[in-house]
Every structure is written in structure tokens, then in C-alpha cells.
Design a protein around this ligand. Sequence first.
Ligand SMILES: [Zn+2]
Length: 768
Amino acid sequence: MGCLAVIKEDPKNTETIPPIIPRPVSLKTTKDSVTLQRFSHILVYPEIPETRFIADEIKKLLLPVIDIEIAPSVNKGKGRIELKINSKVSENKEGYSLSVSSRRILIEAPSPSGLFYGFQSLRQLLPQDLEKGIEPQNTAIAFVEIEDYPRFKYRGMHLDVSRHFFDAEFIKTYIDMIALHKMNMFHWHLTDDNGWRIEIDSYPELVEKSAWRVDREHENWRDWSPIQPKEEPTYGGYYTKNEIRGVVQYATDRHITVIPEIEMPGHTSEVFAAYPKLSCKGDTLDVVPGSYWPNKDIFCAGNDKVFTFLEKVLTEVIELFPGIYIHIGGDEADKTNWKECQKCQNRIKVEKLKNEQELQSWFIRKTETFLVSKNKKLLGWDEILEGGLAPKATVMSWRGTKGGVESAIRGHDVVMCPTSHCYFDYYQADPETSPEAIGGLTTLKKVYSFNPIPEELNDKEAEHVLGAQGNLWTEYVKTNEIAQYRVLPRMTALAEVVWSPERVTDYDDFYNRLVHLQDRFDVLNWIYAPGSFIVSMQADDKKGGDEFRIVLSSEKPGTPIKFTLDGSTPTVTSSQYTRSFTINKTTQVRAALFIKGNQAGKVSEKTFYFHKAIGKPVEYLIPHKQKYPGKGTLSLVDGLKGTSHYNDGCWQGWEGDDIDVILDLGERTLISKISAGFLESVDSWIFLPTNIAVSFSMEDKEFKNEKTTQLTDAPPDSPPERRTADFSGINELCKYIRIRAKNRKVCPEGHPGSGGKAWIFSDEIIIE
Ligand SMILES: [Zn+2]
């Protein structure tokens, strides 16, 4: 061991780190290596189907270099690969150890799944050409000693096959992707409004009718043209039971559990194309070729035939999927029809329920009782919390982590997949240069920053967090290529989040290894996104006053950032960013990434404004909402203006409340001009204040000489915009300034949020 270098001491040196993702718990290596030609045999103890499968996979991989023999024993002196079940290697059933030395590659694990993960690490140490069946030029493999085990036991990827259909062949590719990343759960979203995708013998019309819709593939998902009378449904597809058995076996061989999802009570309108009597209204519906909102057509909770249907469907589903979890959806069920339905209202009365929320809860509990009787566990989206949680349910927390926190505190198991970090249908780079996505922006770096354990949980509660999952909804994912593009490499970042110990490494180190792994994706013909080329700019919070310290960064460490401070466009000859720098006057910073002398991505620009209130204390007479804190307590006086995006991190938000703040300038100061920034983003329920007032005071905080102004609302359908309320020609000597902005309180009539609380957002108050 004496000459083995501990990798942790030199995380930035890519030369000596075998670039394994997820990063192992402990990895030691030396400069020594052994060539693959030395190995002649694979030994397997004990030889059972699961270990034999791994041996066969290794044999297949090495075939371009050597036809290795799988044998029970081997003569001394020959190089060998050994796969050994050994319960002493790790306390974690999925743990393993891997050692490469001059005569032996040894993988040991307490279970076959551990051996499989050891093989995935070995695979990443081997030349990638092998993946394509090509003999690599260099057949050397570095000496390593790896001890490894996962941080979480649930490491999942999801795929929606209803919005768009993906054939069984692609599902197996998707499982290959999950396997390489040492993830172990595949959540298969098999049913939804846009198509039923699983063959059920008891209800043959589900695949004859509910699996097919009219083709609107060339139209926008949210804005499809109406279905014509007698128009033939031609888009769709489904999996036969044989195909499903094939997928499940393929996944099982790779130590991946397949979790089928059968949606209820909402997201079920496609069922009513075949079996209309199961809805409250009983109308025969077409399967919709695009967005379907709100989902009013849901299962009738008052009709016993619905439960006969669901129990028969679930019985057949359970026969196909041996895993412990059955996902029953439970999300976004609009209760409008339940309120009007005689049968549903009758059920509420008979079961002594309070309202429709409790009716949903009753529905889910009834389903859980059935699943438990079949020795299965119910998994559902966090809406299943509403109206009371079923006793043994496991919750998938997607609307942030709140539902997950609540469930864990109540002692329920939780899988984290908040939209903020785990929704891989969102953009991962500048929308202008990306294939159309549903919206949002979740960069690779953001995914990597995710911690599945929310701060609110104590250690005991945190044990209920089983892990996390990346979700791929497919409204804007029409092809296999786009599906891969959306998840790679974000699932790579998530794989490391759920496997590697917390804070074992950092983003830069991950990125250096990712670049290597992407070479392997290329060989495997897996499509991945190039990522974001945006340069982000931040002023160091602790500075303020006389100068700003500016930090530039990107998602691509090692790629040069060129920048200017004079407003000119950065070029390859502009200054190269090496470390943070300070500025002491209003400055426009412009920066871009350059790859091989060419600008990559757009120029980022930000102006840091100097004014008389920079870094001065702000007293909030009415607090802003926790959810929109901007950049913290100095956000209104940090020299940074927000963009037209309310969630860009610069905006503070007040919901239904006025803004009322006092700026403390620290000493008597002569004021000539005030300019306060507000956001108008009506679609996001953010309105301009109806009135803005400023007033002034000396030491006594008796505010006088109030001035007011109003802003005019933009015409309807205007895009979001930053607006300013300006007060000029002031001429006041004062120590304190009070700024008040009146909230209209509620969204106006005709607005989708009519009657709901209106927001006002402010980013900066410039005092000159
Ligand atoms: Zn009903």
C-alpha cells in the first residue's frame, strides 16, 4: 500500500484519477498498470445465474482483445478476473470492492448487485472502444483499490411513455443508461391522458382504443387543432405482455427494479375512450393529442365498477412486475366533476367524509388496502397527502420538497424529485439555442447541487428519505434522441448525488470526469446535451460599500472566460478571467466562454450599479415572502438589477402585502434622485404596485416630504418586463428614506388567478 496515492488529496489532477462516475467512496491508484492480454480466465464464486450473467458481460466486453474463458479454476501464473460473493466486504448489500493488480482483477461484494456495480466501475476503467467491439490501441488498465457503496437505496429514473410512445427496444437502451450509472429504479409512467400503454387481458379495448390518438405531431403540444368527426387515431402504441416481461427481465439482470405507474383518479381521460362509464359524466371521449387541462374527466369515486376495473387491472400489472412498488399516480386530480356527481356525493355521505379532498384520500386508501393484500407497497405523487395519507404509502415529492418533509416527519418513506432539480423535461441551457422544451431551466450544475435530504429533517426523519429520482415527462420529447438528450448528462449528475457520499467532491471534479464519460456515450451512440455555455456573474455578498468583488463562473470549468469592463463585446483577445476582481464604480461586465478561440454561447452581461445606498441596512416593516428572498437582506441595495424572469434570484417578492422598507444611509446624505425597480409579469401573478411613495427623515424617523408616483400597466399579453418608478429633482438632506409600494392585493377580474393574492416584486432601489 505504501506507494498508493490517496486520490482525495489531489482532486483536480485528472491524469491520475480514473474517471469513474459516480465517484467511489474510496479510490486509490498508482502509476502502474496491467495489459488486458494478461488475463485468460474469469472465476465466479459461487456460480449462480446472477454472477454468471456478469461474467458473460465481462467476457463480451473484452472479446475484441481476448477470448477469456469462464472457468471454475485456473492454473497458477495465469492472470484472472474473479467475481466473489463475500458478505464481509461491505455492510451495505449494494457495496463492493474492486482491486486491479498485475495478475488479478478482483470484484467482491455481499450480493450479486454489488458485483454488478463493481463491474460498472471496472467498465469505466477499461478503454471505451471495447463498448463498440473494437480493439483499443491501448489495453492498459490502471492499478486501483476501490471500496464503494451507495449513499441512498433508491436511485431512480422515470420515463413518461404516454405523452409520447417509446418502443420496447428504446426502453432497454434507457435501462442500459440507468445501469451504467449504478441507478436501480426505473419508474415507467405507463398511463395518462394521452395514451394507455400496457396490454390488459380483461379490458382489451384499452390497447385497441385508449392507446391511440389523432396525429398532431406537427403542432404545438399546448395548441392543437380540434379532432375532426370520424378522424382516424393513428399516433400511439402499447407494450404487449411479452414485451413487458422482456423489459422486466432485462432490467432485473441489471439489478434494476421496474416500477409501473397506473394513474388514478386523475390523468385518466384516455380510459374513457374505451370505457366511458367509469367517469362521472359517462361521455365517450377521444384520446387527446396534446395538453389536457384541467383534467376534469377523472374516475368516478362513487361507482363501484371503477374499483372492479382498477383491481382487475392492478392484478394483471402485479403479475408482470415482481418489484415491491406499484405507483398509482394520484396527482393533479381536478375535483369539479366529483362536486357535481350524485354517486360521488353519495359516497362522501356514506363514508362520512368531509369533502372531495377526503374522497380522494379514501380512494387512495382503498387502493392501498388492495395492494397490501397482494404484498405490494403503494407509491404516489405528493398530492396523496391531501385529505390524509394512506397508512403505509411512500410519497414522491415533486412539488418542491415540502410534501417530502411532511411525509418523513409523519414516518412515511419518501423519494425526492422536486421540479427544481429533478425535472429533466426542463431546459438545461439557453432556450434560444436548445430544442423546444416545456419551460424552466435546470442546468447540470443545478442538478449536481441537489441534496435529497432537506435541512428541516433531523437524522431520524432523514432515514425516511430513500433517495431521489430524475423525471422525464415527454410532452416535448418526441424521439429517442431527444429523450437521451434531455436526460444526459443530467442523470449523470443525479447518479453521483444519490450514490457518492455527501461533499466527497465538487462540481469541477465531477465535470472533469464527465468529459471522459461523455466519450463513452459517444461510442455507445448515446445522445447528450452540450450543456449551458452561460457565464454567471455574482457580486460577493460580504463586500458592498465602496467596492464590489465580482466572481465569474460557468458550468464548464477549465474553459476560458474572456471579459470586458468597458461595455465592449468580449473577444478572444480580451482579458481572461483567472480570479475574482473588484470594481468601484458603476460598471457593465460582459463575458463569454471561448473554446479553441471561438466564442461558445451568448455573451452574458450585467451592470453593477453604484449608488448612495449600496450595502446600507434595510429595515423591512413588512417582510417579503421566504420563497422569494432575492439575494438576501441587502438585495434591494446590492447594485444588481433583476431580469424579466421573476426567479432569476435578484427579485424579492411580497404576496398580497405592500412593500414598506426603510433605508438607513448611516449619515446625513443629500439625495437628488430615487429609482425603484419593479417587475410586471402578469402571467405569473406579479403586478406593478398601484402607488409608490418615498419620504425622508433625519435621526428621529419622523418621515416627511412624501412624494408619490404611479406606473401604468402594460397592455394585456405583454411579455414580462422590469419597470422603474423614478423620482428626480428631489434635493433632500436626510439619514433615512422610507419607500412604500401599494399592492393591488388580489388578481383582477379576467385574470386566471382572479381573486387570488397578487404579488409585487422589487429588485433594487437606487439612491443618488
Ligand atoms: Zn362520480
